[in-house]
Ligand binder design. Structure first.
Ligand SMILES: C[S@@+](CC[C@H](N)C(=O)[O-])C[C@H]1O[C@@H](n2cnc3c(N)ncnc32)[C@H](O)[C@@H]1O
Ligand SMILES: Nc1nc2[nH]cc(C(=O)O)c2c(=O)[nH]1
Ligand code: SF4
Ligand SMILES: [Mg+2]
Length: 228
């Protein structure tokens, strides 16, 4: 009995179907599963509520999450948070979701958690990995060994607040040859920087193969609205 494996449960703070407002599949329908809790505290986080210890959550098993996804009839699944990769049993959940060959799993992750265990899965999820900028206050937490784990199916996202953040992003892009490895996105911290300033930066630096993306859901709904 002592070695009996316990079934993992996941603390889910919200689940919903929407269009993906971010990343390579922006504009497509996706099912979102948002996990509670985060190890970082970015200055701009739009989901801080999900990281609070007293945030209400529902304990869900793998089977319950997969049933919810199945019932939605939506193929794109986004696991987010909080920080989804802090949870025990994430590999098990990803494998169960991907047992349907039609589905795709995208993981929004904060750059501080080792991606290796998930790269070794039989079907690998797609990572949208933030590299946290100086203005987030969390750059010190970046796990640089993740850079070499990224493939052409993944994305590195720089969520920038200022010109100096963009200068830093450019240093990182060049240092790790990111455009040769993976997709590279710049996204504005909502309301903190004018997107036109970002376009000007790309033009000034002749920065090819970098995409600017504004969170689409915040254009469609009230930017504070949850569950969309
Ligand atoms: C809420 S986080 C959850 C996943 C993970 N903790 C992370 O940081 O990647 C999802 C995405 O939203 C972005 N984000 C959070 N607050 C934002 C804001 N105010 N403006 C733009 N993007 C934001 C994060 O940078 C991240 O790419
Ligand atoms: N519509 C919508 N798309 C998203 N893509 C990534 C999100 C996230 O919070 O990780 C998100 C979100 O919160 N809403
Ligand atoms: S890592 Fe993600 S969830 Fe955590 S504080 Fe930063 S943006 Fe928010
Ligand atoms: Mg969000």
């Amino acid at each position: 009995m002592e070695n009996q494996k316990t079934t993992p449960v996941y603390q889910v703070v919200e689940k919903f179907v929407s269009i993906n407002g971010e990343g390579r599949r922006a504009g497509e329908l996706a099912v979102f599963i948002r996990m509670k809790g985060c190890n970082l505290r970015c200055t701009y986080c739009d989901t801080l509520w999900a990281n609070e210890a007293d945030c209400e959550s529902t304990e869900m098993t793998v089977d319950e999450i997969v049933s919810y996804i199945e019932e939605s009839k939506v193929k794109n699944v986004t696991l987010t948070g909080g920080e989804p990769l802090l949870r025990e049993g994430m590999a098990e959940l990803i494998t169960a979701i991907l047992s349907d060959p039609q589905r795709r799993v995208e993981i929004e992750t904060n750059g501080s958690v080792d991606l290796s265990p998930y790269c070794e899965l039989e079907r690998r999820p797609s990572f949208t990995m933030d590299y946290k900028m100086p203005d987030s206050g969390m750059e010190h937490a970046m796990r640089l060994s993740n850079m070499e784990k990224l493939s052409s199916e993944d994305t590195v996202k720089f969520v920038v607040s200022s010109r100096s953040d963009m200068e830093r992003a450019l240093e990182i892009i060049e240092k790790y040859d990111l455009r040769e490895r993976t997709a590279v996105y710049f996204s504005p911290v909502f309301g903190r920087i004018e997107p036109v300033e970002m376009v000007d930066f790309l033009m000034e630096k002749k920065l090819n193969d970098v995409k600017i993306q504004i969170q689409l859901h915040k254009m469609i709904w009230d930017p504070q609205k949850r569950g969309v």
